[in-house]
Design a protein around this ligand. Sequence first.
Ligand code: NAD
Length: 509
Amino acid sequence: MTDTESLTVMPTPSDAQQAKPASAQIFAIARQAQCDWATLSIEDRSASLAPLAKLIAAHVDEIADLIAAENGKPRVEAIAHEVVAAVALARHHCRVAPKVLRPTKVALPIQPHRSARIERRPHGVVLAIAPWNLPFIIPLSQVLPSLLAGNAVILKPSELTPQAGELIAELTTRCGLPAGLLQVVQGDGEVAAALIQGRPDKVLFTGSVATGRKVMAACAEFPIPVSLELGGVDAMIVRSDADLEFATSAAVWGATFNGGQACCSIERLIVHRSLHDRFVARVADKMARVDRSRELCPAIDERQLEVWRRHLQKATDDDLTVVTGGEFVGDRKLTPTLITGDGAQSSAVWCEETFGPVVVAVPFDTDAEAVRLHNQTRYGLTASVFSGDPVAAQQLASQLRTGVVSINDIAATCYSSPELPWGGVGESGFGRTHGTDGLLDATWAQVIESPRVPLNRKRPWWYPYGPDLEKAMSALAVALASDGATSRASRLAKAGAGVLPLLSRNPRR
Ligand code: NAD
């Protein structure tokens, strides 16, 4: 089979044909495959998956067509946000995994006669539960580090975008990944919940806060370690010295790409009062120019559309002003919508995730107030600061309680850089995909500690206890706390000398 041969994505099975959730067979297949896979070196596993980047690049059109058809997003967004990010991720992770996951030696000043190393062990079978909004790159970001680390993966794609999950299986199979290492199980939330009951060794969940709570509760029962990548209400902070044209273009794109259905879409604009009215007018003007057929993405389904309707109705009830947009057009589309008004901070459009092409603007006077407004939310995923003063922008950024902050750009763009850890705080979840942290999260740390030289003598701190031991240990504590390399070394040597006679105490106790 060549790289360029067309992809054959398996048709999604009908409900009746779906694999029995949590069936012992799915887990047995995964466990069997994982045993062999984990015995390979990290170099060999990386080499097996190394062709993935080129394979994805060779099938840009097919992958983009499938994502666009299934999810409804503009084809160019499928390429720019998913395929490009997928190639970058595959290339980067396969290259760095051997370095990040290799065993590391650790010096032990308190036990110089011993040596230790930390090895990264795979969890075993990882269950990845994915959302529909980035149906290719998000599951790939769950699957790839897990596989590289030596795990088997059971992937449950969103029931709204099942084919994108099948695509990942097809691509990894083409790389020659052994059968059973990645299994795609289709179905809805019930299927995912049942798979958790099958007791995977780790659960990676990306989705809404409400579902994340259920997943965490289900995992707590066993307990199973879980990573949660949940929602967000991204805020863009615009200081008085920001470039108005640049920042307003960024605000319009950042709030509306993918129909605003991204965890990192801008939902809140926190704009310096001196700029606020001009900013709002420019954003409204630019929003009105978003092309409804080529650039505007529809709501994925009626449920999502209902959230948009509810939040807009609430804004009207709260006497807020819809400056532009608010119009439902065509097949499940909402025109880019900008909202302002006193009391916006207590309205649903500010406090809750709308996950639509809707953004609310609020003025501020001082940086401290901007920080307070930003940190008001229970979420903490992404944010951006727009400013002409790099020092002030950095100072402001480091006070924001959020996983990712971009200065003079949209934070969403960071998702395409696999070098950067991605994840949130607060109700946006915990755990990281991407970056070194993402690879380490696919493993647990095992310590292996052993003698440098054979010394099968009873340790001084074992029984019997007595004043000599207390004295020797007190001297050790003082030596460890001392400053200066020479003084510390000589104190440690002295403390060590105090311990030595204790080695020859009664071996029968
Ligand atoms: P969702 O929570 O409705 O569904 C996500 C997945 O969970 C689906 O596969 C679904 O079948 C499954 N699921 C549903 N009920 C379940 C249960 N009881 N137990 C286990 N699994 C269950 O979310 P969605 O609508 O698919 O995605 C949108 C949400 O995802 C938004 O809130 C968005 O912010 C968030 N998201 C977060 C990130 C991030 O990186 N933090 C990225 C993308 C999306």
